[in-house]
Ligand binder design. Structure first.
Ligand code: RAM
Length: 952
């Protein structure tokens, strides 16, 4: 062998070895929070997590390659971007800095990381993203549809009238002249669409393209349909439904709003283009246009809230076949949709996330059957039926049964929530699933079923935004486990494109107060990064021109008096902040910064520069004061006191976020502002001598016009202290005293809570923060009204809107309840999970995105002996579990690669803790912290660790 050949071989050997000396491997590659997505972000952010068997491992450098073809994804060949070796431990939100990306560009990428000893690991597996249509000129297709509204007769419903025009069906035959190597469908609609190729639906999404302020942006979706197309003829089909665009919205019907439907436009419309690349390199585009044909089909009524009626006899036979003759159909109408800003849907779509079977069927009078699905959820049912043509099966949906076994439908208010299927009489049987509606239910009442139905005839399809599950939590306490289950189910039922308050009645709005209190919990349970990226945009789109964020988004001002409310409008700042905390997302801050500054200016103006809101400041709202501590019990916390606290709290968050995006001057400004608000608050709302929170209740007169104003107002409420403590409004001394007052109030109230939406989230954290962990546990475990346990004792499988939504076996009490506003699937009170995760399991993010975090569980004296939780953070999976056994506490934790955690181990004394069976202080390689307040601290890098200590 020649020396030169030997040298080349030797250096090749070295370099291939240099490829993987460390076991540090990047995994779970994501672009804009999604795996292998279609995106339209020109500077996408890349994230990965790291795997390694080694303890205390972290990344010191990384290198990213991005190429336009898989073959080019190698060092030296990557044609879009080679980041080269970049020092640092960043593994999330790394901004693409390669060549400018163009429409339809597919990008292949991979990443390599260097470990703490600067040794490189293996390259990751390759991942992809693909750009959508970046220029409006990329859109060749037209908006098409068919307007049936003029010949639709109103249907009487509960003394009102519903207008439910049939859904248009659209059809076009195409011919593909060659073999297909690539095909993409770019599609959107005003209203909702389903698109089919040769009779089979494209994709698995429901309610696409989602709800936005359609005047500001309309989302489109992209589907890879390469596998669906061969050379030859194909039929392209679409079905449209009014959806949020032209269907009914919210409670407009109920409240007698002058407009109840068609808030954005009258006629649903489709815009779609199928772009095909043949194997010979030629391309063809098949667009929605006037060549498409249109008529009505089987879907004779379709609305999100009211449900669907499908007459299978009306489906044109074989319309999905190429030889179908559509000569007698009309040409599709070109819908004048004006100029619309089209953007790629940024989140996980709504999909079927689980299939559930009924657990029992009750036969009632006259061929009426009630199916119990065993779980309250949001979604649809698939109906299987065999019968004669014209047989009509009616499905009504409800969350609960009355004590006498009737379906409870009063709480649906004006939502008809009824699906009807009319059979065509297929001797082999028929199957039907509605397309453009969903219901919140546990029970399905079936009438008109030919014969006696069995459990096989109804299947539950759970629908929701398909946000990946990232959290788990369990204990040895069945009620607490059920509570956690209920929280997760309620989140699944309400994260349906937007965070809705409830999934069943004529409302289902993105109420901002609910969303801000629950955002922290949401992000522990599911990866809601993309979901909230979308909704925070909705929120910014809905911001009033005078700076306030609305009561709900999208659709601000369904009712003109629904403007803004303290504790609700702050979602505009709190939700981006929570997104920053959970995922280290600073782009969401930058994008909304101007909006947030305008909001803060609105606060400054509204408070007249006084740094607080005296009693009556929001008397101009309807209801007066806004919603306040919505659905609390007993005396009301003054809404102006809460408004002051929220003002100061968001000022604090603005300061933190300003720091995160490098706006140091604004950070100081907001820091000072929040200080001034806190001191003005104390001056006005605190009795300095006793530390009690107080108010001038007489300023509210008889309370008329305020939510539950007849209950009277007091500053000395659980909610007042809970917020003052949890929102960091008090100095250490004041906080301690406030904690005592809070504890005292709870004891005076028979050991029970009295909080509403704004108090419930803060109550247990405030108790824990002031040394009353025992009381926090007591509230959690309570089973008497009002409590979480009371709901469970009364059969809840989801979180209720009210503390007393249902009382089992008590018809009298039931009759007295407010069934008009009584949702059984309302996530707001589920915000208690934040405390369960932070305090019971003890996991709490420190640096944003859990780059550093603490594990500090609070061990109760009794009732619970075991807790285990995990969370797959943007930096990897964290686990924390503890159990008590014969005076010992056994704690197991795991810390992701490239992160650090401080663990607080409860122990009798510092010498009493072992790690992996060796006394902690004998581990030479470990950073031992101090022993304080019955806890030994230790700071650890990645790995799993097993501690044992003695406890009382
Ligand atoms: C009701 C719902 C919702 C709440 C508003 C104020 O419609 O309970 O959750 O935010 O009122």
């Amino acid at each position: 062998m020649k020396i030169s050949t030997f040298l080349v071989l030797f250096s090749l050997m070295l370099s291939s070895k240099a490829m993987a000396i460390s076991d540090l491997t990047p995994e779970y590659l994501r672009c804009e929070y999604l795996e292998n997505p279609f995106i339209d972000e020109r500077e996408p952010r890349l994230s990965w997590i790291l795997a390694s068997e080694e303890r205390d491992q972290h990344q010191t450098a990384y290198r990213i390659l991005v190429a336009s073809k898989m073959e080019l994804l190698e060092p030296g060949k990557a044609d879009l971007w080679d980041s080269n070796k970049i020092s640092g431990d960043q593994t999330t939100q790394v901004i693409y800095k390669g060549k400018a990306l163009t429409s339809r560009q597919k990008c292949y990428w991979k990443v390599q990381s260097w470990d703490k000893k600067d040794q490189p690991g293996e390259w990751s597996e390759a991942s992809t993203w693909e750009m959508g249509l970046l220029m409006s000129s990329d859109w060749k297709s037209k908006w098409i549809g068919k307007d049936f509204s003029s010949n639709t007769l109103p249907i009487p419903y509960k003394n009102k009238e519903l207008l439910l025009p049939p859904s248009p069906i659209l059809r076009n035959k195409i011919n593909l002249t060659n073999k297909v190597s690539k095909a993409r469908l770019y599609i959107t609609s005003l209203g909702l669409y389903e698109y089919l190729i040769n009779g089979k639906k494209v994709g698995q999404d429901f309610l696409a393209p989602g709800w936005t302020d359609y005047n500001k942006r309309v989302y489109y979706n992209v589907y890879d349909v390469t596998d669906r197309l061969d050379q030859g003829e194909h039929v392209l089909q679409a079905i449209l439904s009014p959806g949020w665009y032209s269907g009914y919205i919210g409670y407009a019907l109920l409240i007698g709003n002058p407009i109840v439907r068609a808030f954005y436009g009258d006629t649903p419309a489709l815009r779609a283009q199928l772009e095909v690349t043949y194997s010979n390199g030629e391309t063809a585009t098949f667009s929605s246009n006037e060549e498409w044909k249109a008529t009505s089909g089987g879907l004779v009524e379709s609305d999100i809230l009211h449900g669907e009626t499908f007459d299978a006899r009306k489906v044109p036979e074989d319309w999905s076949k190429t030889n179908f003759n559509d000569n007698n159909w009309d040409n599709a109408e070109i819908i004048n949709a004006g100029k619309r800003n089209l953007e790629l849907y940024p989140a996980q779509p709504v999909q079927v996330t689980e299939v559930i079977k009924p657990i029992e069927i009750h036969e009632r009078e006259n061929g009426k059957f009630i199916f119990n699905m065993g779980q309250n959820f949001a979604g649809l049912v698939k109906l299987k039926v065999k019968g004669k043509a014209g047989d009509k099966v009616v499905l009504r949906f409800g969350e609960m049964l009355h004590p006498d076994g009737r379906l409870m439908d009063e709480n649906l208010r004006m939502a008809r929530a009824t699906d009807t299927y009319i059979l065509k009489g297929d001797p082999n049987g028929e199957e039907w699933t509605p397309s453009f509606t969903y219901h919140g239910f546990q029970y399905v009442e079936v009438t008109g079923f030919p014969g006696k139905p069995t459990k096989e005839n109804i299947t539950g399809l759970v629908l929701g935004s398909n946000t990946p599950r990232v959290g788990h939590f369990e204990t040895d306490h069945p009620m607490v486990n059920q509570l956690y289950k209920n929280i997760v189910w309620t989140q699944r039922a309400n994260f349906v494109d937007i965070p809705t308050d409830c999934p069943q009645r004529d409302e289902r709005m993105g109420w901002t107060g609910d969303a801000q209190t629950y955002a922290g919990t949401a992000a522990i349970n599911m990866d809601v990064s993309a979901f909230f990226t979308k909704w925070i945009q909705d929120l910014n789109d809905a911001q009033w021109d005078y700076g306030a964020y609305p009561d709900y988004a999208p659709a601000p001002g369904v009712r003109s008096s629904d403007t803004y409310a303290p504790g609700w409008m702050e979602a505009g700042v709190i939700n981006p902040y929570e997104q920053f905390r959970a995922y280290g997302d600073t782009r969401i801050i930058k994008k909304g910064w101007e909006n947030m500054e305008r909001f803060m200016a609105f606060h400054d103006k509204k408070s007249k520069g006084a740094f607080f809101y005296p009693e009556g400041s929001f008397a101009d709202l309807s209801p007066k004061g806004g919603y306040g501590d919505w659905l609390s019990i007993g005396k009301k916390t003054p809404p102006d006191m809460l408004a002051t606290m929220y003002y100061g709290y968001v000022a604090q968050l603005m300061s933190e976020m300003a720091t995160a995006i490098g706006k140091s001057e604004r950070a100081i400004h907001y820091q000072n502002l929040s200080k001034k608000i806190k001191s003005a608050f104390a001056d006005h709302y605190m009795d300095k001598a006793t530390g009690r929170l107080t108010t001038n209740a007489s300023a509210y007169g008889d309370g008329k016009g305020y939510v539950d104003g007849q209950m009277g107002f007091s500053g000395n409420t659980q909610t007042a202290y809970a917020n003052a403590i949890a929102l960091d409004f008090l100095n250490e001394e004041q906080k301690k005293i406030a904690g005592e007052h809070l504890a005292e109030l709870i004891l005076e109230n028979d050991g029970k809570l009295a909080t509403g939406f704004l108090g419930a989230k803060q109550l247990l954290p405030a108790l824990s923060a002031t040394g009353h962990s025992d009381l926090a546990y007591q509230l959690l475990l309570n089973e008497e009204y009002p409590s979480w346990g009371f709901e469970i004792k009364n059969g809840a499988t989801t979180i209720w809107e009210r503390w007393d939504s249902y009382v089992k076996d008590d018809p009298e009490k039931m009759a007295s309840l407010n069934n008009g506003m009584n949702s059984f699937s309302h996530y707001a009170f589920g915000s208690v999970f934040e405390w369960m995760f932070h305090n019971m399991a003890g996991i709490r993010s420190d640096e944003a995105g859990y780059k550093t975090f603490i594990i500090a569980p609070e061990i109760p004296k009794k009732a619970i002996n075991y807790v285990a939780a995990s969370h797959e953070s943007i930096h990897g999976k964290i686990t924390s579990s503890w159990k008590k056994e014969n005076g010992k506490l056994i704690m197991d934790v795991s810390i992701p690669v490239n992160t650090q955690a401080t663990i607080f181990i409860p122990a009798k004394n510092e010498l009493d803790v072992t790690l992996d069976n060796k006394r902690l202080d004998q581990h030479k390689d470990i950073q031992l912290g101090h022993f304080y307040n019955g806890k030994q601290t230790v700071k650890l890098g990645s790995g799993t660790y097993h501690f044992v200590s003695s406890i009382d």
